[in-house]
Write a protein that binds this ligand. Structure first.
Ligand SMILES: Cc1cc2nc3c(=O)[nH]c(=O)nc-3n(C[C@H](O)[C@H](O)[C@H](O)COP(=O)(O)OP(=O)(O)OC[C@H]3O[C@@H](n4cnc5c(N)ncnc54)[C@H](O)[C@@H]3O)c2cc1C
Length: 329
């Protein structure tokens, strides 16, 4: 197979998001099997310094477009620019993060490039020089393997927190090419004014998530989950029932119509385990469920279950976790 493996980096607040390093790592593993190079495309504002460091993560060449107008993701602008880079470097495969913006960008790229898109993949293989990608379907109840016809460009978005980042190699440097591309005019009236990321662990990147459902009974009781999240360095999530009730913002919703998360540890408190919720967190590495109903479906998915009233359990558990934490430091 000729052509490089092209990875599209996602930037927030002038820094590459963790999922970008995961995609770069997967790109490197794939390139080694294909006998090709890894190229990266990085669009943003004030990102040249960050881009230089990508060599440490297995990237051979970085195409950079650093411009203040690219500070926030603008769908029609980003997709036009990345499509242009794809056409210039003629890769054999393109990998992107399956994040909110990555999902949007990859669909637009597929349209512009008439490429075959496999979204939200959890595994990529290279067999006899042919690329295969595995993705969950039917709310994670089964998996589909995608293959591409000869000559078709595989466009693959990778589920966050599934693929491993490469351990940084201190000495390696990537070649940098500053793109001299005209930035297309934005057509959209939507403007991102600011991103408030202060102090909040992003759900899709969190190693640990503490999630609450209708069993929490009201918004005020989420203080218990927030306390636990603070002790564990976790993000707080919610079921749709809690979001629909107005107890939590929609950005916290986990599930089929919320975010798909894949943390090392998912603690589901007062959540029954409806299929639409499981679709968003079923691939977490360890699942702990706290529910007073021993028949709750979440227990069939959980690695550890606590059958208890959450209002009895959480205060005691939080205290024990605090004590445990203090012995660790
Ligand atoms: C098209 C579609 C898309 C959907 N998308 C999503 C989605 O993205 N995410 C999502 O979550 N849902 C989604 N849903 C909704 C889903 O079907 C469920 O209705 C929802 O997940 C239920 O939320 P819950 O588990 O918090 O509430 P319930 O199902 O009401 O469960 C509450 C649980 O709390 C337990 N409980 C109550 N009190 C206590 C207590 N004191 N101590 C311990 N346990 C207690 C109960 O035993 C129960 O198991 C979707 C539905 C549809 C139709």
């Amino acid at each position: 197979m000729s052509g490089c493996v092209l990875v599209v980096m996602e930037i927030r607040g002038g820094k590459f998001r963790r999922v970008s390093y995961e995609v770069a790592g997967e790109g490197k593993r794939l390139a080694d099997r294909l006998g090709s190079d890894v190229c990266a495309v990085a669009l943003g504002s004030g990102i040249s310094g960050e881009a230089v460091g990508l060599g440490r993560y297995g990237v051979d060449k970085v195409y950079v477009l650093d411009d203040p107008s690219l500070e926030h993701y603008v769908p029609e602008v980003y997709s036009a620019l990345v499509a242009e880079v794809v056409q210039r470097c003629n890769p054999c495969v393109v990998l992107l993060p399956a994040s909110l913006n990555g999902g949007d960008l990859s669909a637009r790229l597929a349209g512009r490039l008439e490429a075959g898109l496999a979204q939200d993949c959890t595994q990529i293989l290279c067999e006899d020089g042919k690329i295969k990608a595995k993705r969950p379907v039917f709310s994670g109840k089964c998996f589909a393997w995608c293959e591409w016809a000869p000559g078709a460009l595989p466009l693959i978005s990778c589920r966050p927190n599934v693929m491993d980042c490469l351990a940084p190699q201190e000495q390696k440097r990537a070649e940098m090419e500053t793109l001299q591309l005209p930035i297309p005019e934005r057509r959209s009236e939507v403007r991102t004014m600011d991103l408030d990321t202060t102090g909040k662990v992003e759900l899709t990147e969190a190693e640990i998530i503490v999630s609450g459902g209708r069993g929490m009974k009201g918004p005020e009781n989420y203080a218990l989950l927030q306390e636990l999240a603070q002790i564990l360095g976790a993000a707080v999530g919610a079921s749709r029932a809690a979001v629909d009730a107005g107890w939590r913002p929609h950005s916290d919703q986990v599930g089929q119509t919320g975010k798909v998360v894949n943390p090392n540890l998912y603690i589901a408190v007062g959540i029954s385990g409806a299929i639409q919720h499981l679709a968003g967190m079923g691939s977490s590495k360890y699942i702990v469920a706290v529910n007073k109903d021993p028949e709750a479906p979440i227990f069939s998915k959980a690695d550890y279950g606590v059958v208890e009233d959450l209002f009895t359990f959480l205060p005691v558990f939080n205290e024990e976790m605090k004590k445990f934490k203090s012995t660790c430091s």
